[in-house]
Design a protein around this ligand. Structure first.
Ligand code: SF4
Ligand code: SF4
Length: 481
């Protein structure tokens, strides 16, 4: 646990629950039954969650400039991001982009805490807004589910669990296939799906594995992904500071906490009992917490900032006719009456670095050539002599169309002016967006041009969009002197 604001962390851990809320005193998994709490934050998160779910399903399908909106083709090392296409030659560009994204995550965490975890992480989005609602629909609310799970095995229990797991499996299949489509495209995936598993064991095993992992995660592992497995949670303590916005309980307002009843309220009013804080120790915030923690113990690594406790406590405050916000988005400094600084050294440094990195990215991207041309020698003799005495070099031109439009290109000799080019195959050559073609060309020059054993020759490659490239390559030949 991180040290709560204004309190010291317990020096002795008394039970496994002190280490991990998902662990029982007997060392077994403590199953979470977080209650559903509707409220202003839940409403906003639900809208965002469904926008993200639809986006996740749509991005590998929506075409932008002839490519899926997002496609990470690691096999051919080509990446398509919203119309931007990155090739193997763009490794530097991709690295700059990734560093920029990483720094943005660090900046957002420094400013807004684990807003990613609570609002946009697929783990939270799918668990809280897809799998748990289905579970509630089939098995009933948390208290009913808990009672049934802890009770005897009945036909009703088996039927409900069977239906639930069947639905979970169907969703896991859809999610896993969509996930794979990000790497191979839906068209390839559909083609693979039409073949029997025996013809494509690799694909069958991959989809089975990903489906199994998705199912296992959302049907069983659940909040443990956040509390045990996710490295981001472990790093938050170095990214957060006392000015970061976190979901926090206000102990100044809530303490001393105490149960509420009309009788107790009367006794407090009459001075029989000492005044108490606004927290009525109802545990609504704990019951709704998906990771099972008590936010009143302070900022903890298990808190995914889902704001469910905020909504739960706001309901209680509404019923008590007290102001909302006993649990709220705030900073540790604010809780201690110190102004929260958004502009602070680390946020300024991160923001400056992000601006610099994305400027470098934009500059590199916009100055990137629309075509990638590479010339190599065809394996074999370095040169050969024709019957008429001229010297020929067999070259291979590798041309990639890095634009989003289909076009054609053709070759013409540059220097020496006596050079002749014979293209093997049809010319002009057509190229789809992102396509690479390797064209073999016989380059023929008079023997006399070789005053040494090599000369630099230039070629003209004209594209149908008006671009003309003039690459230079060294031709080999005999020394005429
Ligand atoms: S929901 Fe609010 S009032 Fe109830 S225990 Fe939590 S902090 Fe206290
Ligand atoms: S403490 Fe509150 S914000 Fe944190 S995980 Fe639990 S319910 Fe969500």
């Amino acid at each position: 646990m991180l040290e709560p604001p204004g309190r010291s962390a317990p020096s002795v851990l008394h039970s496994p629950e002190d280490v991990l809320t998902t662990l029982s005193s007997d060392g077994k998994r403590r199953w979470m039954y977080p209650t559903e709490t509707k409220g202003r934050y839940h409403f906003r998160r639900k809208i965002l969650a469904w926008v993200l779910i639809v986006l996740y399903l749509a991005l590998p399908i929506i075409p932008i400039k002839g490519m899926p909106a997002v496609m990470l083709d690691f096999v051919h090392r080509e990446f398509s991001l919203f119309g931007l296409i990155f090739y193997p030659t763009d490794t530097l560009l991709m690295m700059i982009f990734m560093v920029g994204i990483l720094l943005t995550v660090v900046l957002v965490t420094a400013l807004l805490g684990r807003v990613w975890c609570g609002w946009a992480c697929p783990q939270t989005v799918y668990l809280e807004f897809l799998f748990r609602p289905i579970e509630r629909f089939i098995e009933g609310p948390e208290h009913v589910r808990k009672r049934r799970n802890e009770g005897p095995n009945t036909a009703d229990k088996f039927v409900r669990k069977g239906i639930k797991q069947g639905v979970f499996l169907v969703i896991a299949i859809l999610l896993s296939h969509t996930f794979i489509a990000y790497f191979v495209s839906w068209s390839t995936l559909i083609e693979w799906l039409q073949r029997p598993p025996a013809e494509n064991w690799g694909f069958f095993l991959l989809t089975s594995l990903v489906t199994g992992l998705v199912w296992f995660d959302f049907a069983y592992f659940r909040e443990q992904m956040c509390t045990i497995a996710c490295p981001y949670a472990r790093m938050q303590s170095i990214m957060l500071d006392r000015d970061s916005m976190i979901v926090s309980y206000d102990p100044n307002r809530g303490e001393p906490r105490g149960k509420f009843s009309k009788k107790i309220a009367n006794q407090i009013e009459q001075g029989v009992l000492p005044a108490q804080g606004d927290c009525i120790d109802c545990f609504a915030c704990v019951r709704t917490c998906p990771t099972g923690i008590d936010i009143r113990d302070g900022l903890q690594m298990e808190c995914v900032a889902c704001t469910q406790c905020v909504d739960a406590c706001d309901h209680i405050m509404d019923n008590l006719e007290k102001p909302r916000g006993l649990i709220r988005y705030t900073s540790e400094n604010q809780l201690e009456g110190i102004k929260t600084n958004i502009i602070r050294p680390r946020s300024v440094i991160y923001l400056t670095l992000i601006i610099l990195i994305f400027s470098a990215f934009t500059l590199t991207l916009t100055s990137r050539d629309a075509f990638d041309v590479n010339i190599g020698r065809v394996v074999g003799e370095p040169f050969s002599e024709l019957q008429d005495g001229r010297i020929t070099n067999r070259l291979r031109f590798r041309v990639r169309n890095q634009t989003a439009d289909p076009l054609e290109f053709d070759f013409a000799p540059g220097t020496p002016s006596s050079m002749v080019m014979r293209v093997v195959g049809a010319a002009p050559v057509s190229l789809e967006p992102g396509e690479i073609k390797r064209i073999e060309v016989w380059v023929i020059v008079p023997r006399e041009v070789f005053s040494e054993t090599s000369i630099d020759a230039s070629f003209k490659i004209s594209f149908s969009d008006g671009t003309v490239l003039e690459p230079v390559y060294t031709l080999l030949g005999p020394n005429s002197n």
